[in-house]
Unconditional design. Sequence first.
Length: 188
Amino acid sequence: MATTSDIRNGLCIHYNNDIYKVIEFLHVKPGKGPAFVRTKMKSVTTGKVLDNTFSAGHKIDEVRVETHKFQFLYNDGEGYHFMNTADYTQIALQESSLDASDLLKEGEVVTVLINTEDQAPLSVDMPASVILEVTHTEPGVKGNTATNATKPATVETGATVNVPLFINEGDKIKIETEKGTYKERVKE
């Protein structure tokens, strides 16, 4: 059994007859009253996000997990198929297990959390950023703006991202996967 002092991002716990992954947490020590931990947790089975507050010292039931590198192969409409890069076994996951499925391109290597008790995949951790090619965007007109103006652009995976006006079709851009936002243009 772990306590609230062991809570960290990515920790998987048993809570309300389900397995939740901690997305965000904050230890709070108010001037008056006992300390507590505010958490934002995501269910690995349903994808539902839950806000919860644990009092200091509260016992939590931690789920032992292993991380493995998997390569994304394809999406057949029923699930996302991945291959273990170490032993070449394949698994299929539902879209609810993925955080940013619209930014996932074929061949991308991701980290999959696997429950050590039953070897079931729990969730997929995307890389911090991905590099994708812009397939469609309107041309930007120079001199139309005095501040940071953006326009929508469609990338090779089908996702739409707001980009600065100087980005054109065929450019490769780096996208932050956590927020799905443009980071920078990549020169190759």
